[in-house]
Design a protein around this ligand. Structure first.
Ligand code: PHE
Ligand code: ZN
Length: 874
């Protein structure tokens, strides 16, 4: 029992259980919404056609309409004032006899006071909405659950000078002007949708327009709406949108279904973007890009998020979720779809490596900590806390395994059946699995455990070879670790793409898909005269941790020879992980340390010299494993030792291979700017060379980095150089930072970079810099991007966050307490880094825990923060 549970009953948070799902008592086939928009006083009139749900369990239940912080001005039933209603908490409950009525409710809201950015809010003079997951109830009273689907007709009225553009979902029906300076627009969305997909935008916005013709010949008008001045930076987003529309037709057979597709970019946004039907609303950071202000990584992120939101039109909107426990139904599948799209647009192996790196850095720690949950959770207190790397990224991995098991054609037959069968419905993860099972004709009975069990499975591998028979035996053992509420686990279905290499020829006789289904299982392979080198989980075919007895020689071999690019990357990572883990654990004497470093240095030198590699891939192979992933291999972990050992290795490699890094930097610096893969690869390596060189020779590299900064004609080179300079104690650091700030003072997204680079830097005073930057005139707690730029970068900077005296933990806890009353949703995201205390060495663990307890003791906390903090202390 934690402290919270002992507080008075009104503090005991309600826990929502998946098993308690009941169909809604009433349906709302149609809704008419009438908005008179104003920054501080918006009037909303909602008219709901309600009818009893024939599938409801209680045929006499009252109509329950959710609200959150709103007051009903008037309630009419069938046009007459109605008194038989009552407030139950935030919900408005109306006693209604009979089976069909029209209910009208009026509310008044203040968008400017809405700092939570959920519901209707103001952002830099414009008005916009964010309704997923439960924001619609902050606008009007409604059964705010995804299994209530309605046709929306929306009337927007506003001052024409202040809000010249009025947008909502679907198609424009009519518009006009009044004599008092106001104007109005009526929108109708013919596709029934849940309330979380409702959106409106009103403001002074400029469109970038294009047009797309679908495979069946429907002409679709496309528009991306941004603030005046930003329209020069929408080209990449528009190209990405058009490419996404084409791709979804070709790969999944999915066409767009309205005459219009609008995207609006806003500066104040809790998440990345939102798939509202026909009116996606984006964080500006995933729309605006040009070479001067956006890095290559930003370009990829824009492309990926534009695609993601577009793909939701089918995986999310046409087929939506029955309840929020099914979130991975739309998110896991849509992440997989955007990953496949980005892979097709660029380099598939590089994309795969990037996605696995994100999974390991963000999802593996979640799965091994107090907030671990299955991709389909069983309970929650606040659904906003479940928009996680587990639901999204592990969710995508689980569906990706279905593609591995079924093969692409049969998987497509499965998704075709899914879309056909559930179009227009609010479906479940079970519906999805059943459709894949039937359409692809594969058995997923045991596979369903991936939806039920949390925790990253671990697979231990033993390989034995019999020289007489030439037989190789792989003995595999899987363990799924205990997670909160799940102490005992059942074996999973784990598909492992595997190859056995012959050491002499450097080749293998074909890849095998072995499917591990039992706790322990053996697989045999014939015809091996010599003990082979094992290449397993190629392409990262399963989201598991492999513990295989690979020698340094085996890993060096695979890093140089494996024909699966992911496996090459993996061998390189494993080589470094094994070495650093041994170093951190104090298992290396001087000779062993020297031998380990030499092996890594030799493998790296071979990669730098390998003419068969493209630079984008080379850039992946030379990257050291991150500290978060290294920390996962150690329990408990001393983050200071991980940091010190990793930095020491980096410095050694920088010194040992200095001529190669310098030559690489010179070669890449000579490649002129373009967005093609070769030039992007050169930019990636240019900064990586600086990173190694800076670790070995800070002073000399400060000059080189400053020269890269000064010569940069694009943000990738500029940001890379500034990132390296930020970590060094040198005069060039201040010079470049000041220059950067002055040059981009009027570009909020670039100033976000200026904050992040300092907060994430290797500089020994990074934490003090963060504390000072919190008082910078450009810093504000009301803009989520700015908050994340400063504090997420710091929480992800191990040396700063894990400062031995606990000052990093205190800084994050102070932030959570200060931000919570403004924006609980964003504040709650900062709890997880503190929540990992149980896996950290005892001294720091106590400091982390103390900060969590300090937060828990606050008199008022949002439901968001309270859930995360109490679970982190349990
Ligand atoms: N549904 C959005 C997406 O993944 C994410 C989101 C969730 C945005 C909640 C805002 C609020 O595309
Ligand atoms: Zn999504």
């Amino acid at each position: 029992m934690n402290d919270l549970a002992s507080q008075p009953a009104q503090f005991t948070p309600a826990v929502i259980h998946r098993a308690d799902y009941r169909p809604p008592a009433w349906l709302v086939p149609d809704i008419a919404l009438d908005f008179v928009l104003d920054l501080t006083e918006t009037r909303v009139s909602a008219t709901l056609d309600v009818e009893r749900n024939p599938a409801a369990q209680d045929a006499t239940a009252p109509l329950r309409l959710n609200g959150d912080g709103i007051v009903a001005g008037a309630v009419l039933v069938d046009g007459e004032p109605h008194n038989a209603w009552a407030m139950e908490g935030d919900d408005l409950v109306i006693d209604l006899p009979g089976s069909a009525h029209q209910v009208t409710i009026e509310t008044t809201i203040n968008p400017t006071a809405n700092t939570q950015l959920s519901g209707l809010y103001a952002s830099g003079g414009l008005l916009c909405t964010q309704c997923e997951a439960e924001g619609f109830r902050r606008i009007t009273f409604f059964p705010d659950r995804p299994d209530v689907l309605s046709c929306y007709t929306v009337t927007l009225t506003a001052d024409k000078a202040q809000f010249p553009v009025l947008l909502s979902n679907g198609n424009p029906v009519d518009s006009g002007e009044e004599d008092d300076g106001s104007h109005w627009a009526i929108w109708h969305d013919p596709w029934p949708k849940p309330s979380y997909l409702f959106a409106l935008v009103a403001g002074d916005l400029v469109p970038t327009r294009d047009r797309f013709t679908t495979a069946s010949g429907r002409a679709v008008d496309l528009a991306i709406w941004v603030r005046a001045g930003d329209e020069t930076r929408t080209g990449h987003a528009m190209r990405s949108l058009i490419a996404s529309m084409q791709w979804d037709e070709k790969v999944y057979g999915r066409e767009y279904d309205l005459d219009l597709f609008n995207i609006v970019a806003v500066s104040d946004f809790n998440a990345g973007a939102m798939e509202n039907k026909g009116l996606n609303i984006f964080n500006t950071r995933y729309i605006l890009a040009d070479p001067d202000t956006a890095t290559d990584g930003d370009y990829d992120a824009v492309e990926g998020v534009v695609a993601h939101e577009y793909f939701h039109n089918w995986s999310g909107n046409r087929v939506t979720c029955r309840d929020w426990f099914q979130l991975s139904l739309k998110e896991g599948f849509t992440v997989l779809r955007d990953q496949q799209f980005s892979a097709d647009r660029g380099s598939p192996p590089v994309k795969r490596i990037e996605d696995v790196r994100i999974l390991r850095a963000a999802q593996f720690p979640e799965d091994s900590g107090p907030l671990a949950h299955p991709i389909r959770p069983d309970s929650y207190q606040e659904i906003s806390n479940f928009y996680t790397a587990t639901v999204y990224n592990k969710g995508a991995e689980v569906i990706r395994m279905m593609t591995v098991l079924a093969g692409p054609e049969r998987f497509r037959a499965g998704t075709d059946l899914y879309f056909e069968r559930h179009d227009g419905q609010a479906a479940t993860c079970e519906d999805f699995v059943t459709a894949i099972e039937e359409g692809a004709q594969i058995d997923l009975a045991q596979f369903r455990r991936w939806y039920e069990q949390a925790g990253t499975p671990r697979v231990d591998v033993a390989l034995s070879h019999d020289p007489v028979s030439g037989r190789v035996t792989l003995a595999l053992k899987q363990t799924v670790p205990p997670t909160p509420g799940q102490s005992v686990k059942q074996p999973m279905v784990i598909p492992l793409r595997t190859a056995l290499f012959d050491r002499q020829s450097g080749t293998h006789g074909g890849e095998h898909l072995i499917v591990l289904t039992q706790g322990q299982q053996q697989f045999t392979f014939e015809g091996h005269a010599r003990p082979p080198v094992l290449s397993i989980n190629r392409g990262f075919s399963a989201p598991v941790a492999i513990i295989a007895p690979q020698t340094v020689e085996d890993l060096v071999f695979l890093a140089a020879h494996d024909d699966d690019p992911f496996a090459r990357y993996e061998a390189m990572q494993q080589l470094v992980v094994q070495h650093l883990v041994a170093a951190v654990e104090g298992r290396l004497d001087d000779d062993a340390r020297e031998a380990g470093r030499k092996a890594i240095g030799g493998a790296l030198a071979a990669i730098l010299a390998d003419a068969g590699l493209d630079d984008l891939m080379r850039g992946e192979l030379v990257m050291l494993p991150g500290e978060a992933y290294l920390a996962e291999q150690l329990n408990p972990v001393d983050p200071a030792r991980v940091h010190a050992e990793r930095e020491a290795l980096k410095a050694w490699l920088g010194r040992e291979l200095a001529p190669a890094w310098t030559a690489l930097h010179d070669r890449c610096a000579a490649v002129p700017f373009s967005l093609d893969a070769a030039a992007r690869g050169a930019r990636k390596l240019k900064t990586q060379a600086l990173v190694y060189l800076a670790a070995a020779d800070p002073q000399g590299t400060a000059l080189r980095a400053k020269a890269q900064y000064d010569a940069a004609d694009n943000m990738t080179d500029r940001q890379g150089a500034l990132m390296v300079l930020c970590g060094l104690d040198c005069p060039q650091r201040e010079e470049a930072l000041d220059h950067f700030h002055a040059r981009f003072a009027d570009n909020r997204l670039v100033i976000d970079k200026w904050f992040s680079l300092q907060a994430g830097s290797l500089h020994p005073d990074a934490l003090a810099h963060v504390q000072a930057l919190a008082h910078h005139p450009d810093f504000t707690l009301t803009n989520p991007n700015r908050v994340r730029a400063l504090y997420m970068a710091m929480a992800a900077n191990p040396a700063a966050f894990h400062a031995a005296d606990g000052a990093g933990y205190r800084t994050i806890a102070d932030l959570i307490l200060a931000l919570d009353p403004i924006n609980g949703n964003v504040a709650a995201r900062f709890v997880a880094p503190l929540g990992r205390w149980r896996r950290v060495e005892p001294g720091r663990a106590a400091l982390m825990r103390a900060e969590l307890e300090r937060i828990a003791a606050a008199p008022r906390l949002s439901r968001d923060v309270r859930e995360q903090v109490s679970k982190s202390l349990e």
